[in-house]
Design a protein around this ligand. Structure first.
Ligand SMILES: [Zn+2]
Length: 95
């Protein structure tokens, strides 16, 4: 069991598409997030405890803005444990 995380980018990830969100899975959140560091600034907006199955499920819904507090939505996932913001920060600061 690892982490399913949602990133909100300040600009579209791909200039030809409007998408500003990225959903991914990581065993080691801090290390994985560090690998995302590149040109476009982003924020780690939500993290849930889960596996690749949860990642696939969420990706299939293609409704990431619904889960993004930066975009003004904060839809809850029933039956999935969310990692509190303080805990996310600690994991990121370790890198
Ligand atoms: Zn967003």
């Amino acid at each position: 069991m690892g982490y399913v995380y949602l990133l909100h980018f300040e600009q579209p990830i791909n200039p030809t598409r409007p998408a500003r969100h990225y959903l991914g899975y990581a065993d080691d959140l801090g290390r994985r997030i560090q690998q995302h560091e590149r040109g476009i600034r982003f924020k780690v907006v939500r993290v849930w405890r889960g596996d690749r199955e949860l990642e696939r499920r969420l990706k299939g819904w293609k409704q990431m803005p619904r889960y993004c507090p930066v975009c003004g939505r904060n839809h809850q996932l029933r039956g999935v444990e969310e990692v509190p913001a303080g805990e996310i920060e600690e994991m990121l600061l370790a890198f």
